[in-house]
Design a protein around this ligand. Structure first.
Ligand code: APR
Length: 264
């Protein structure tokens, strides 16, 4: 069924989820690519279409792929960065940010997304598990001998090559995202796991639950005693971890779910 033709979610389940959120002091929201779908940002797999369909994910999102074809990988991310810059937060991002502002200190968003739409919607507390597509970092963090170290963002400005290369140490700049085979940022993952252990409600929005360790956070929250609510128009691999599944899209369900909670 086409995603946007879905009926509104079951009113009884929506009311039950609203009650759980209204009673919670600590709400964690785990978001995936579906959160940004209604903002027009392709999911990772959808971004592998058109010109890029002839490459597999590892060729475009890994250190090996970048070293084998730096310009190709740099250009794929440049195209996706432009898409992020053109996109706007959708009603789902706005509803989450409004709830968080109305309940200071009660909500944290843990996102797998590398766009900045939660932040642009004014979400106060966001944990990025997979990095930031608008950021750059050095390919070899240990190569720069200068002190203070050269700034990759300045290098990207100063020598806008494809990819930019540091004029001092010859280091290559790369996108600031987590690639296949790379570990997630330790501090982000540690905080996300702690938040999952301590929350009363985990709201899971727009993720297939296919990629670990992010996919393990819903089960971790449930084992910690939290109510787990999933918002997704389709079945996900972690539906079994949920107490409640709301079949619908982020931009249509979240305002209904959170709007009443902020008393608007
Ligand atoms: N609202 C809510 N959910 C949606 C919407 C929408 N409008 N549209 C699609 N979805 C759901 C899909 O049904 C799917 O379950 O969003 C999910 C997107 O799944 P993926 O494309 O697998 O994205 P994600 O779960 O975030 O992938 C995790 O894997 O691709 C890598 O690093 C990348 O962060 C990404 C990670």
């Amino acid at each position: 069924m086409p995603t946007l033709d879905l009926p509104a979610p079951d009113p009884a389940r929506l009311a039950e989820a609203r009650e759980a959120i209204a009673a919670a002091r600590r709400v964690v929201v785990l978001t995936g690519a579906g959160m940004s779908a209604e903002s027009g940002i392709a999911t990772f797999r959808d971004a592998l279409t058109g010109l890029w369909s002839r490459f597999n994910p590892e060729e475009l999102a890994s250190v090996e792929g970048f070293c084998a074809a730096p310009e190709r990988v740099w250009d794929w991310y440049a195209e996706r960065r432009e898409g992020v810059r053109r996109a706007q937060p959708n009603a789902g991002h706005e509803a989450l940010a409004a709830w968080a502002r109305a309940h200071p200190g009660c909500m944290c968003v843990v996102t797998q997304n590398v766009d900045d739409l939660h932040q642009r919607a004014g979400q106060p507390d966001v944990v990025r598990l997979h990095g930031d597509i608008l950021a750059v970092q050095w390919l070899d963090e240990s190569a720069c001998r200068k002190r203070p170290r050269c700034d990759p963002a300045q290098a990207a400005e100063a020598s806008p090559g494809r990819p930019p290369r540091c004029a001092h140490c010859g280091n290559l700049a790369r996108p600031g995202v987590v690639w296949f085979g790379e570990a997630l940022p330790t501090d982000a993952l540690d905080r996300a796991q702690r938040l999952a252990d301590e929350c009363e409600v985990m709201l899971v929005v727009g993720t297939s639950g296919a990629v670990w360790p992010a996919a393990g956070l819903a089960g971790r929250a449930r084992r910690g005693g939290a109510r787990v609510v999933i918002v997704n128009p389709d079945e996900s691999e972690i539906d079994g971890q949920a107490h409640l599944v709301l079949r619908g899209t982020a931009a249509r369900v979240l305002p209904r779910l959170l709007g009443a909670a902020v008393g608007v």
